[in-house]
Design a protein around this ligand. Structure first.
Ligand SMILES: [Zn+2]
Length: 280
């Protein structure tokens, strides 16, 4: 008797719990994060994108899940792959990539021996070369890694030849060259004519699919600091190059400039400070 009574006594509590659970389901829910890798809602993402140009914001908000998926993928790459190196942002004089390898005897088309790249660039460079050959052209590697000292020599040489003003639009100062990263490549003839060749045309249309991004596009000297260089590409990895191509209008500079703020903000979560529960 007492056992039955106890069971009966428990029943209202169970019923109440069930009602409470139902009520919780019926209450307005927190907006769901857009992607499992980041604690960000559509509203939060919209706020984060505020500093970006409107055309970029519109593209991202049209496909936020794809944008966040690509951003998540960049996190598995080496940290310095997407570091900004331009006229304002320099590498240290002693920065030297840890994994440079010679690219000789790997089935690539090269214009001279003993050029070096970071090892992880090779698979996509090989894949891009194979695709170009299938399309009836080639990928000709003409210049790759340059040390700080080598860049200093090149810059001084060009200042002597052209004067400081013109030299600075053509050649990076030491520490400011993407070539010191070991992920930048000059292709083909290294002149404006390259953009008109079959190979150059193929590269301009397809390199991003293999992780290579054109660093200094035509008509963007005000943004990049450099004249059009149809031969100079930087390896960003496939996710990075797709982000630059798909959402940033192919303007690598714009992508890298904003990436360095966007990624930490995404990782920190993006709800306005007042609405966030205290995490500490
Ligand atoms: Zn170059």
């Amino acid at each position: 008797m007492s056992r039955a009574g106890a069971r009966l006594g428990r029943a209202p509590a169970i019923a109440l719990a069930a009602v409470a659970a139902l009520a919780a389901c019926a209450a307005p829910q927190e907006p769901a994060p857009l992607h499992a890798a980041f604690d960000v809602t559509r509203e939060g993402l919209t706020a984060l994108l505020e500093p970006l140009p409107e055309s970029v914001r519109t593209r991202i908000l049209a496909e936020p899940a794809i944008f966040l998926e690509l951003m998540a993928k960049t996190r598995s790459q080496p940290a310095d792959l997407l570091v900004l190196v331009d006229k304002q942002h320099a590498l240290a004089e002693d920065y030297r990539p840890p994994d440079l390898i010679d690219i000789d005897h790997r089935g690539l088309t090269v214009t001279r021996a003993s050029m070096q790249l970071r090892a992880f660039v090779l698979p996509d460079l090989a894949a891009m070369t194979a695709a170009a050959r299938l399309a009836g052209t080639d990928v000709t590697v003409s210049s790759t890694y340059r040390s700080f000292d080598r860049q200093a020599f090149l810059f001084d040489y060009n200042v002597e030849r052209l004067g400081p003003e013109q030299a600075s639009t053509l050649v990076a100062r030491p520490g400011h060259s993407q070539h010191q990263l070991g992920t930048a490549i000059d292709f083909g003839s290294i002149d404006l004519g390259y953009g008109e060749t079959r190979e150059g045309q193929w590269m301009l249309a397809n390199a991003w699919r293999f992780g290579f991004s054109l660093s200094y596009p035509q008509g963007l000297q005000d943004i990049t600091g450099y004249q059009y260089e149809p031969w100079h590409f930087r390896y960003l990895g496939r996710a990075g190059a797709e982000l630059a191509h798909r959402f940033f209008g192919g303007v690598q500079q714009l992508f890298l400039l904003h990436y360095r703020h966007l990624m930490p903000a995404l990782l920190a979560g993006s709800a306005p400070a007042g609405n966030r529960a205290s995490a500490s």
